[in-house]
Design a protein around this ligand. Structure first.
Ligand SMILES: Nc1ncnc2c1ncn2[C@@H]1O[C@H](COP(=O)(O)OP(=O)(O)OP(=O)(O)O)[C@@H](O)[C@H]1O
Ligand SMILES: [Mg+2]
Length: 377
């Protein structure tokens, strides 16, 4: 991309930058950046604003341009506006969700990511931790039956004499809580995946930990321990659109999280995601794959939905030499397994959901002029 012109950088303009400690010895400015919005700046960009964190993308406002007429000298002085919106490499994030997420992460409240299957909840949580330099702790709640399961798992093994012994093994969550207390300088992101799938009673018992008391029972030490300030929770729940409102978490529990609604990327963004991952697949094929997925996702009356994993899988087939030669002609066959088989029933049984999906596949492929197999042959 081209270099900025000095005239473009008028005072008041807001741009994004990453600052690093200013290497110039004796300079009155602590922080320096060389690029604004990804384009090379015409002069060094300097600031002393304490709100800027080195290495973390932020939005800054141009305060003044010194010596605009000189190519070899001068500086652009800026002040901090806000942390830059999340942009996570290879991941689509709705701009509004991104803004809200930023506010919530800064305030430290617990976040509930709520969205259909395979819309990127897990990838997002991990990416947040990476982006913000937090220690990421992944915990799947699907197997939680009792509240203590969040913190310890019980393992039975044979002792030397052969008699069974029970070991209490700390879960990653408990290990993280203990570590966080010892390392107040680190920040921990505990991700509770599939929170809707654990037993309700267990979830209830976890709740005091998540609200203002921030205390949990340590089942090995038999005492309550405090959850350190440097631990933030993000939970994810997965529900099909048709179940909206009923995902087994009651209002009091929900109230302890700031809910954030996620959805599938818009078709254009999904095509871009897939194009980056599968450069071998033609743009035309990607359009068709995403158009079919979009039609399935928007179909009324279908239970469940179609994740980005499904469109990704279709690309994996399509680019393989065994299918690549057929080009778009291979799509109907691929979609029978990658799309229809994700629903109950069979693609060739119209009374089932898989059959209904096959109907949508055929219709959408036909409208994109993809040749269909003759089913009466
Ligand atoms: N918005 C997105 N941008 C980029 N990739 C995405 C997006 N959503 C999903 N994907 C891709 O789809 C796959 C599934 O994503 P992920 O596991 O995060 O979904 P999820 O919402 O956690 O699903 P589940 O509800 O089944 O747990 C990953 O390969 C991910 O990279
Ligand atoms: Mg997930």
């Amino acid at each position: 991309m081209t270099k900025w012109n000095v005239e473009e950088l008028t005072p008041g303009r807001t741009v994004e930058a990453i600052f690093w400690p200013n290497p110039a010895l004796g300079s009155q400015f602590k922080l320096r950046a060389t690029h604004l919005d990804g384009r090379r700046a015409p002069k060094v960009v300097l600031s002393n604003d304490d709100r800027i964190v080195a290495g973390v993308p932020c939005l800054v406002r141009v305060l003044a341009v010194h010596k605009p007429e000189r190519d070899d000298r001068g500086r652009i002085e800026v002040e901090f506006v806000s942390r830059a919106p999340f942009r996570i490499e290879g991941m689509y994030l709705d701009p509004i969700v991104s803004k809200k997420l930023q506010v919530l992460l800064q305030s430290g409240v617990n976040i509930l990511l709520d969205g259909p299957q395979g819309c990127g909840k897990t990838v997002l949580a991990r990416a947040i931790a990476d982006t913000l330099g937090m220690v990421f702790v992944f915990f799947n709640c699907g197997a939680v039956v009792e509240a203590s399961d969040f913190f310890v798992s019980i393992q039975v093994r044979a002792s030397d004499s052969g008699a069974p012994v029970t070991d209490f093994v700390k879960t990653d969550v408990l290990v993280a809580l203990e570590e966080a207390a010892e390392h107040p300088d680190r920040r921990y992101l505990v991700f509770l995946d599939e929170l809707n799938r654990c037993q309700e009673s267990a979830r209830n018992a976890l709740m005091p930990a998540l609200d203002s008391t921030r205390r949990v029972f340590h089942p090995i030490e038999n005492t309550f321990i405090q959850i350190p300030e440097n631990v933030q929770f993000i939970a994810a729940v997965n529900r099909g659109r048709e179940f909206s409102g009923t995902f087994g978490i009651d209002a009091a529990q929900l109230d302890r999280f700031a809910p954030l609604q996620m959805d599938y990327p818009p078709p254009k963004a999904e095509v871009e995601i897939l194009a980056r991952r599968h450069p071998e697949v033609s743009a035309a094929s990607l359009e068709v794959i995403v158009a079919v997925a979009d039609a399935i996702r928007n179909a009324p009356d279908l239970p469940g939905s179609l994740s980005v994993r499904a469109t990704d899988e279709a690309c994996v087939y399509l680019k393989h030499p065994l299918f690549a030669d057929d080009g778009k002609r291979a799509l109907p066959e691929i979609m029978k397994s990658s799309f229809c088989a994700r629903f109950p029933g069979r693609w060739d049984d119209i009374t089932t959901d898989a059959g209904a999906v096959w109907g949508i596949v055929r219709k959408t492929l036909a409208s994109h002029k993809v040749p269909l197999p003759d089913e009466n042959a």
